[in-house]
Design a protein around this ligand. Sequence first.
Ligand code: HDE
Length: 698
Amino acid sequence: MKQPTGKHASPDPVAQTTRRAGGELHQAAQGDQSVLTTNQGLPVSDNQNSLRASPGGPTLLEDFILREKITHFDHERIPERIVHARGSGAHGYFELTQSLAAFTTARVLTEVGAKTPLFARISTVAGGSGSSDTPRDVRGFALKFYTPQGNWDLVGNNVPVFFIQDAIKFPDLVHAVKMEPDRGFPQAASAHDTFWDFISLTPEAMHMVMWIMSDRTLPRSLRMIEGFGVHSFRLINSQGESTFVKYHWRPKLGLQSTLWDEACAIAGADPDFHRRDLFEALTEGPPVEWEFAVQLFSQAEADAFPFDHLDATKLIPEELVPLQVIGRLVLDRWPDNFFAETEQVAFCPSHLVPGMDFSNDPLLQGRLFSYLDTQLSRLGSSNFHQLPINAPKCPFANQQRDGHMQMGIPRGRVAYEPSSLTPDPARESPATGFRSANAPEQVLGIKGRLRQTSFADHYSQARQFYLSQGVHEQAHLASALVFELSKVAHLHIREAMVGHLRHIDDDLARRVSAGLGLAELPEVPLAAAPVQDLPPSPALRIIGKTPPTLTGRALAILVADGSDGAAISKLVAAIGKAGATVKIVAPSIGGVQLADGTRLAVDGQLAGTPSVLFDAVAVVLSEAAAAQLSKQAAAQDFVCQAFAHLKTIAVDTGGRELLTAAGVNPDAGVIAAHAVPAFIAAAMTRHWDREPSLRSLA
Ligand code: HDE
């Protein structure tokens, strides 16, 4: 008989014993699962009434079925993530289209055509797990690739830079942005004193400030954000040579954001806006896709950059090191269970595979410690890798044993290595195992709490970002700063921030100063390094970067009793053909009776389905309905807000009447409902030229 080996031959020890297809835990290990049981498999006869001493008497302690059920319920929650608590997950795969074999031995990056399964979690940062989806915030974009050589976690964000240069400042940053500890608010908002106090005293954050005040932090959909690995990593080839790499992923649906007041209104209308959008897209629509790209560069090239690429407050402009698209990242399946998968997934930047390595970025180095540590407290056991969502899908074997909630049953007497007592023990593999890069660097020096002088330039890339933006995006950024700093009670913090802006762009500083009503422009603070004039990088914009499209967007048609069914049908068909979804909105969810007497089903009731939830709207109303709706605030808001958010509006005669009642002066973005192709073409983008007439852009 073959000796047991101590190897965990199964990629998923849980699967062998308790998991059935679909990832669902057995309630009863075998047989008829239609019978309700306790966790011990005991069939339950009555799940409605607890065991009482008499009909009106006390409940008996003996009722172990009640106690098991309540006890399990009492322990259902685990600590939420200290940051990125609110997130949505999705399954998918990565398909390599261009081999990086010259640079790495990692199979996930060398086997063209191979589909590597992955799990993605996209999150906000500051808010708790129950906060809304659309605050102004960075989005985390974490990827777990289940590669044949082990799990590779690429734990990125939708912004390519970060607030700080050294991990030791991270707890301060997070404490500053989270709700203030004495009052417990604000939730999911950076617009408060402690955040801006910390930032105003942290000049290295200024580049990130430009990004978070831009529309990048107001995504229209999680399907329409970019992803960045942020740090420089290393790839190692079969000769042991190392190349630096930055990872990028770009949405096939294009980059798109909302406006600030639109994002605020969405939070009220649908706090789950992004989660619902992703859920609906993955359960009803085609898979969602990103182009996966890399920037590759050598140490010699890095030495010539006008900044230090190991400083996570810096990016490498695409114009300097072009992006090479090497694959497709596809999300195609909503998780079966939110807790088991999205909540329990545990990403760690230290999870990489042979052929990859870290760089000396001091922020990254700190992250290598933090994530494993946080999973231990969040998931409560060093066996968190055994959870189905975290377990590698390749074989894994070692002599680590025991611990809380050990779910496998390791066999045999040997739990050490090397051993002679097993014929087939798991051994290290010098040929295929992970090796740290043999990078051409000598780590010699005097130990100390150090920061390189090459990390001293805090303003040049902030200036480059601001000056790269178009006129509308610059205005949004200035308005965002005015909004946020207006929520700061302490004048000296507002002034200090405007002082920093003077290094970035004097016009920006003036606009924000005027918006805040400061008596005079504050002093310019000392800069640790001269501010460089770097060439603008158009790739940093949103507007204009994405070709106009309706694919993946959502439109609404506002109708009521007496609406023209033929006009509605033509619009619905054309919207569908353009790749967008369409929802019928009406005063009542019970449906409407069209002019021809037929009934039309309705997707949303007007008061609960405002136009902020859509990319463009059409209003098709009989004159009688228009007269009635013209007196309704919800109907007026529907068109007013669509107009204010620069959306295309199609109207028939009744719809035009509603516009007039709402005080909307039609412009080129208001199209006749019968001019369907013109409506579809116009709906593919916002009407930016409308904006100056609607809001004073600080
Ligand atoms: Fe994180 N970060 N982080 N972070 N981070 C966490 O890990 C941390 C940083 C990012 O969907 C925590 O599992 C430190 C940069 C994402 O589960 C924690 C530092 C970037 C997620 C942690 C950083 C990120 C996290 C909290 C500075 C972009 C959510 C819960 C050295 C490249 C992952 C957890 C998910 C989560 C620590 C900075 C991205 C506490 C110490 C830079 C997407 O471990």
